[in-house]
Design a protein around this ligand. Sequence first.
Ligand SMILES: [Zn+2]
Length: 378
Amino acid sequence: MICCLGLIKDTRCREQDKLLKQLSIPMARSTPDGFTEKEIDYYSRQIVLRNFGLEGQRKLKNAKVCVVGAGGLGSSILTQLTSMGVGTIRVVDRDIVEISNLQRQHLYGVHVVGYPKVEAAEMRLKQLNPFIEIEPVPLSVTPGNVERIIQGTDVVVDGLDSMTPRYALNRACQKQGVPYVFGAVIMQMGNASTLIPGETACLECFQGNLDDAELPSCSVLGVHPSIISLLASIQVSETIKILLGEPPVLANQLLFADLKDLSVEKISLAKVESCPVCGSKPLKKPRPLHDSNFEEVCGRENRRVFVFSPDEHQNLDMKEVNQRIRSLGHNISVQGKMGTTFSKDVVKGSILVSGVTIIEGVSDKTEAKKLRDSLLKD
Ligand SMILES: [Zn+2]
């Protein structure tokens, strides 16, 4: 007989039965410690894990985690944290689902192309686990809003693809004492580290002063979905350790993984006392971060893309916005709860309820700004 783990009978299954009895998990009637029977059933395969138990599951239920970026890493991180039962998950992203995302961003399907990622993510994650809360935040992380974005959370998990918002997150996490699980991927490689304020190196102790304009991007060099899943899983494992009160493995360690030869290496890190962000004897002030409220991002097929990102959620009346979009002769292709995608000739755009506006196919920044102003009447 083969047990549920696919192992040959006896020890493991008997061990599991014993643990289930110890936990007194009632599969029929009562609801121990705030869990419903369905929740117990849902999480049963991790409750029986030795380092978990009902107590561990309760820690996850009471936790609030902020996942910044709902792209490749974010998709996998969010799926795992949701199905493991982290009680509240804040999802921060300002993008729209595009068809070129689907190769690696497995939260989304073709039916949600054109929707704000946080809206599509919320729909999917609630289907996956109705026992937790999702807090969608349709904003970019900027130096001006980062402290509010991470406020009240127990861990921040990095699903970003550029350094400036990572530095903003690093500084806000240091200031608020929130652990930051860093992760980054490109091509077939990735790295990760767990940054605990006051205890370990911060991001700017070992990867400060990188300029996004000089770094390669996934849209140019590409990225393999397998490295994303691998790194995201490592980030989730670290996050869960923190929530369970266990020491994270990547504290003061920087992990490098490469699919090419399946090598995984760790190098030791140390807090740098002269670090401008976390050091006790900083040699200089932290480098000012460019607050990119209106920027040009990587476009496709030589089409220029401009993004306006307000610091504050503007809570737009989307009914009014949609009327204005139509009155200016644009066709609406997607009308979501948190954003609308439209087009007219070669120009394409999206406006999110937060005020984030993405304009594609115009010739320059001035034209992008003019179109945004006409649509929102600033
Ligand atoms: Zn530092």
